[in-house]
Design a protein around this ligand. Structure first.
Ligand code: NDP
Length: 243
């Protein structure tokens, strides 16, 4: 029987490419989205057209009842859950001095509380031998101005990864984080000038932006047979950004 993977935020960007890669790897994939239903359905159609199995399920990861329903519906449809990739996230920027509490709360709700809620359900549902993968960011290495809320949330995510890995002792389940560097998606490109993008691109010795596929390659490794001895790690996938 095929293994089952849930990928949150799989309607666009990095999550979309992860969903398609895991389907190619042989997983039946739950393509989660918050609002982009037609895009999520498109991902499902593309997977099915390539001979894979997938279903789109809506859930806002910051809402406990949505996350509970996502896991319950997956279990009902496929019978078990083997891999959970919590990729969904937002990035809005504002200097701390501005005190934009709305932005701060929204960022923490989606990126940190969302990860906590997904981890909680994953810990309850995931099968023995399962893999849990969450998303941090390589921007933690830089502490750029205006990234306060985002970096605070992702630092919290890294803390949760190590605690959950310990809490799942004895069940042969790994919990790891992936921390991409600048990657060419809407989240990264929105609101940035050509100069901003060029400056960030050149912070990597490889002098290009990451592509979603650079990140999905590593998620595939962590989710697959070769990744089983990697546990409680944050893998920086960034072309050498920040060194
Ligand atoms: P995008 O903005 O391209 O895509 C975000 C995805 O997350 C969409 O599918 C969106 O769904 C979903 N999403 C957003 N909020 C929620 C929510 N509350 N519940 C469920 N789904 C939600 O982002 P990226 O692909 O660039 O980012 C993916 C991950 O990688 C994030 O965790 C991000 O922080 C991290 N990252 C990205 C970097 C980059 O440079 N791009 C660098 C470092 C880390 P919908 O379409 O329905 O809104």
């Amino acid at each position: 029987m095929a293994k089952i993977a849930i990928v949150t935020g799989a309607s666009r960007g990095i999550g979309r490419v992860i969903a398609k890669r895991l389907a190619k790897d042989g997983f039946s994939v739950v393509v989660n989205y918050a609002g982009s239903e037609s895009k999520a359905q498109e991902v499902v159609s593309e997977i099915v057209a390539e001979g894979g199995t997938a279903v789109a399920l809506q859930a806002d990861i910051s809402k406990p009842e949505d996350v509970q329903n996502l896991f319950a519906a997956t279990k009902k449809q496929y019978g078990q859950i083997d891999v959970v990739v919590n990729n969904a996230g937002i990035m809005e920027l504002s200097p701390i001095a501005k005190g934009d509490l709305e932005l701060f709360d929204k960022t923490i709700q989606t990126n940190l509380r969302g990860t906590f809620l997904v981890f909680s359900q994953a810990a309850q549902y995931i099968a023995e031998g399962g893999r849990i993968i969450a998303f941090s960011s390589s921007v933690l290495l830089k502490s750029f101005p205006t990234y306060g809320a985002y970096i605070a949330a992702k630092a919290g995510v890294e803390g949760l990864i190590h605690v959950l890995a310990n809490e799942l002792a004895g069940r042969n389940i790994t919990v790891n984080g992936v921390a991409p560097g600048p990657t060419g998606t809407e989240l990264f490109l929105n609101g940035k000038s050509e100069e901003d993008i060029a400056r960030l691109r050149n912070l990597s010795p490889l002098q290009r932006l990451g592509e979603p596929q650079d990140i999905s390659n590593v998620v595939s490794f962590l989710a697959g047979p070769d990744g089983g001895w990697v546990n409680s790690q944050i893998l920086k996938v960034n072309g050498g950004f920040a060194y």
